[in-house]
Design a protein around this ligand. Structure first.
Ligand code: ADP
Ligand code: CA
Length: 421
């Protein structure tokens, strides 16, 4: 083939709905590594040169693996990397088929299915809430009678808290059950097949929440950042807003968080690459809510810089390609990001106060990620944010205050009655 490369390349698997293509491609460019993008729809890829893009089936992983293997025949690959739950599973299967370093597909699959995740953790010695699995055609009234309260109902494989609902009593349980069932019937979800026919019920774990961003190397965990989530997440829906690092937790709590994450990762059998873990902390100890075999979502990674200004994506690409990494130490400043929640359903007409929001001291950037005129859907049905606010400062308190102040400047005009075609 004429376009056979002398340099091996990295294949990035990125869904069309991901925010992260540009940041990963930037990182590849800065590292001067050859990268190709595999995605599930042709049109998003047209901007890239031929041979640097490939359409891959993300739904049917056997077919996806075959497509990646065919691509790799003409374009030798040295690594395959996914960015979200679905693509990390495919990446591990494709890497296995190609004889490249990989996490075991079963390990990655357990991070992409909340019931399997709970089942693995239940035997790990970690604190685990009671949990059970329902099918969408179960009798919700009976399940509601049998449940213990408060509990959380959730789909097995969605993200960004889509469809995650707390219930304090049987009435709320039944309402939540029907609401999730409708989400599972939406066109983008129904294609997920059998996993979209189940709902997981978990005991509600009270407590404050943190997120740990880490990198595994031969099973050893390097913590890249520990984020506090200072807004209470008590339900009924679990809207993520502010992430701030360094954590204000005591050193002893920080090491308990790290130990629990190490234990969860070991139970899952994950060995290599980025992880993003979420934990809740209360007087019983740390509870692992979720572990992803991927890095932090949305544009949140932009809050992190390492060494002399290296991005999280650069660290990850360097790691998977075995390039030297000078330092994994995060910069000295406190930093944070706010995922801007969608306050109501409708069509986004305008965003006011952007200039003022950007002028707040400590704010490094405000990015609106939804185009004007687009329909916006709040939780629990939606899975997007209006945008992201980034801030840096001398202390986590200062960063949190800057994010809140900046958010207060923003005025979103959403027309609830407007129809999209
Ligand atoms: P997703 O993959 O959509 O992020 P999660 O399982 O991580 O789904 O749930 C989203 C959020 O809902 C969590 O960050 C947490 O705040 C809350 N949550 C989920 N499960 C529980 C639980 N068992 N107890 C308390 N809060 C929970
Ligand atoms: Ca989560």
């Amino acid at each position: 083939m004429t376009d056979r490369d002398s340099q091996d390349r990295l294949l990035l698997l990125i869904p069309t709905t991901s925010y992260r293509v540009a940041d990963f491609l930037d990182a590849a460019h800065r590292l001067d590594v050859a990268v190709a993008v595999g995605s599930n729809q042709r049109h998003v890829l047209e901007a890239f040169a031929d041979g640097r893009t490939v359409t891959i089936d993300f739904q049917d992983s056997e077919k996806g693996v075959r497509e990646i293997c065919v691509y790799a025949r003409d374009h030798p690959l040295s690594a395959v990397l996914g960015v979200d739950e679905a693509t990390t599973v495919l990446a591990s299967k494709a890497s296995k088929a190609l004889g490249l370093a990989h996490n075991a597909p079963e390990s990655v699959e357990a991070t992409a299915n909340k019931f399997r995740f709970r089942t693995v953790l239940a035997n790990s010695g970690l604190l685990t809430p009671p949990f059970s699995l329902l099918t969408v055609d179960a009798d919700p009234e009976r399940a509601a009678r049998e449940a213990t309260y408060p509990c959380v109902l959730k789909p097995l494989m969605l993200s960004a808290s889509r469809g995650v609902i707390r219930a304090d009593d049987p009435d709320q349980f039944i309402t939540a059950f029907h609401r999730i069932t409708r989400i599972l019937e939406q066109p983008d979800v129904v294609t997920l097949g059998d996993t979209a026919k189940h709902i997981l019920i978990e005991g509600y774990v009270a407590g404050r929440e943190v997120a740990l961003e880490g990198l595994l190397d031969g099973g050893r965990l390097k913590v890249l950042a520990l984020f506090d989530k200072p807004d209470p997440l008590e339900g009924p829906f679990f809207e993520e807003t502010i992430y701030v690092t360094p954590s204000r937790l005591s050193k002893s709590w920080q090491s308990r968080v790290m130990d629990a994450t190490v234990q969860a990762v070991a139970a899952l059998g994950l060995k290599d690459g980025p992880i993003h873990a979420e934990l809740r902390l209360n007087d019983q100890g740390p509870w692992v809510i979720e572990v992803g075999a991927r890095s932090i979502g949305g544009l949140c990674a932009r809050a992190l810089r390492f060494g002399a200004g290296i991005s999280l994506e650069e660290l990850i690409l360097s790691h998977v390609l075995g390039l030297p990494i000078e330092t994994m130490a995060r910069e000295d400043k406190a930093t944070g990001v706010m995922m801007i929640p969608i306050p109501q359903a409708g069509v986004l007409e305008s965003v006011g106060g952007l200039e003022a929001a950007r002028r707040i001291s400590g704010v490094d950037g405000v990015t609106i990620t939804i185009p004007m005129g687009q329909e916006v859907v709040p939780l629990p049905e939606g899975n997007k944010y209006l945008g992201f606010i980034f801030a840096r400062g001398d202390s986590p308190e200062a960063v949190e205050a800057a994010l809140r102040k900046s958010h207060h400047c923003l005025r979103f005009r959403i027309d609830p009655g407007a129809e999209t075609e």
